[in-house]
Design a protein around this ligand. Sequence first.
Ligand code: WTA
Length: 657
Amino acid sequence: MSTTDSTLEEPQAFLPHPSVAAYAEISGMDAYRALVAEAERDYTGFWARLARETLQWKTPFSSILDESRAPFYEWFKDGTLNASYNCLDRHVEAGNGDHVAVIFEADDGTVTHVTYRALLEKVSRFANALRTRGVKKGDRVVIYMPMSIEGIVAMQACARIGATHSVVFGGFSSKSLNERIVNVGAIALVTCDEQMRGGKALPLKNIADEALAMGGCDAVKSVIVYRRTGGKVAWHEGRDLWMHDLTQAEADVCEPEWVGAEHPLFILYTSGSTGVPKGVQHSTGGFLMWAAQTMKWTFDAKRSDVFWCTADIGWITGHSYIAYGPMAIGATQVVFEGVPTWPNAGRFWEMIAKHRVTVFYTAPTAIRSLIKLADSDPKVHPDRFDLSTLRLLGTVGEPINPAAWTWFYEHVGHGHCPVIDTWWQTETGGHMIAPMPGATPLVPGSCTLPLPGIMAAVVDETGRDVPNGQGGILVVKRPWPSMLRNVWGDPDRYTKSYFPEELGGKLYLAGDGAVRDEDTGYFTITGRIDDVLNVSGHRLGTMEIESALVANPLVAEAAVVGRADETTGEVVVAFVVLKGERPTGDVAIRIANELRNWVGKEIGPIAKPKEIRFGENLPKTRSGKIMRRLLRSLAAGEEITQDISTLENPAILDQLG
Ligand code: WTA
């Protein structure tokens, strides 16, 4: 991929740099092992200690873990707290109100600094406005917002009054937004007029209007609109309200709603094995404790840090490591509206230099695309920028290949910033398997070892441990505080997806494959074992895309698989059978484009197939089951070496190959 490829044949371990180890909260492997041992000795006592140390409780908890309704576990259930209080008020009360909470950089480069005191006032005003509009504890509010101070304010304001937010990524289509609003039963929607990315405006309010008009949204009484660009929007009197009008009329203090630790802080939709996305439901206490604790452990983050997580608030990473984690520990963070390649591919490096960023957390896909661009244009190479404030780098969302890891380590981290590869999921709430920067020797391509208290293991199809060196299924053996609590409105799906009977019903099934190193026990994630693709770190269900395709009047049948890709990890390849004749030549190109745009409209541009191949049929067994493994080989352009004796229509392989 890049010039560094040749240096990477042998994975080598990188010991923590002495300066990193000296600074770290957990310094040296003995300190790591002591924590692991503490959790093994007294599992609930360990978590109770962290929850007491990390959070400020209104009423202390006495119940630590209630397993009586397993696998619906409850943590700290008789304790009460407020997430917004923990993220804002307590820093102001401690005398840190003037500390900068957010450095916001807009798409066009305009920078706004917001202190903890100012953020608390904004959140309080908006929380009051929500209350005035009748939003109460337990109500659901959908947030369809760009990266903005106001997006974070909306999330924190919901938390403040005990409303449960559900953020929908701004790149999702009106149809996806509609489905989520309906499924979660929202009574209010927070959006903005237009979103600015890479110099282009995207009409979020129009898309939201479309979503609301699709039906099932009668419960939505308020649509609160943040004015970002001043672009023209349609207006529904009585329902639509400008955010600035509402907040102006409100007081800048707001008594938080003290909620039980198990109160649902948010619901975030993610893709699974079926066509319908799952509403992953998270708690308040357990989630917030782990967001804060992992900031301290995984990133060694302190108040003095300038932390920058480049994720979007529409994904879990933007929840745990933008909207909650950094503020729970009182740090300063950079929030970025734009894209890494605009106005040029030096944007990230320039911003790190400008804002004196100390911890930089991003996705392998972003790194890989910036490597390519830096290789072809020296002006945007990180070597040209002053990155000397950086002390730690992190990656998330997909496996990072050793070549990209090493480039990031050398050219961005200058050989002294550890690259912290964090494995976790929407469902886990926070980091699960990741190095501790002052302790764990790093091996490029491995997320190394579970954080203390996380009982991760690799098992076979029956739930039995497999020996190191042998691949298997990644599971977590004991419940942990920041785990999901339910699938919204579908407890049955929660149990079946995450605690399947085949594994004995007690192990949390992550949906990833993994292998542990024979000598070190280090984990390497080998990819999803279900029908979920990972494109640029975004989770996409193959069934979801197939349902979108077959909803098109031209399409009779569709099967979607992933193909490995150098930059984005995977790309979507669709095999499609039309109702009419199999198209060829220009007609095939035109219909393929039409279908790609169709998927963009149905789900969102991230789900568009990279390639569409047309056949008269799909490879099937005699009982009519689509043979996906064959499709995966065809998509990859591999020779078919699998057993095809059960394939009913072998001739189809030539047509689709
Ligand atoms: C993948 C993102 C390898 C994995 C936080 C997981 C990773 C899915 C890593 C969750 C990593 C995430 N190495 N694979 N460091 N981190 N994944 O829910 O397949 O959007 O199951 O959460 O991303 O994606 P999700």
